[in-house]
Design a protein around this ligand. Structure first.
Ligand SMILES: Cc1cc2nc3c(=O)[nH]c(=O)nc-3n(C[C@H](O)[C@H](O)[C@H](O)COP(=O)(O)OP(=O)(O)OC[C@H]3O[C@@H](n4cnc5c(N)ncnc54)[C@H](O)[C@@H]3O)c2cc1C
Length: 65
């Protein structure tokens, strides 16, 4: 298999990296040693610093549906 970028780890860091690369037209391959998501929640709250980063990326805009 021929891939430009291989991301090892599909947690928040790897997932965000894959997302950002895809937004820029790249097609990264992301792999993880587990076949599915973790069974316990790890996202009860979003840290303020995370929201700042989302804001810089334009990801925290409010949408009405
Ligand atoms: C119980 C719990 C509750 C939490 N609650 C919150 C919360 O409410 N709010 C918050 O902001 N944060 C929370 N956190 C912290 C948050 O989960 C971490 O900060 C975040 O997951 C880190 O993301 P990451 O992508 O860097 O690492 P990880 O989420 O650890 O992802 C790394 C991934 O890489 C995979 N991997 C590792 N090595 C290999 C390998 N050699 N080959 C293939 N795959 C590999 C792992 O399986 C994993 O899926 C919580 C954490 C825990 C444990």
């Amino acid at each position: 298999m021929d891939v430009e970028v291989l991301i090892v780890g599909a947690g928040p860091t790897g997932s965000m990296l894959a997302n950002q690369l895809a937004r820029r037209g790249m097609r990264p391959l992301i792999i993880n040693r587990h076949s599915g998501p973790a069974q316990q929640t790890r996202a009860m709250a979003v840290q303020a610093r995370t929201l700042e980063i989302y804001s810089k990326m334009g990801l925290n805009e409010q949408h009405t549906h």
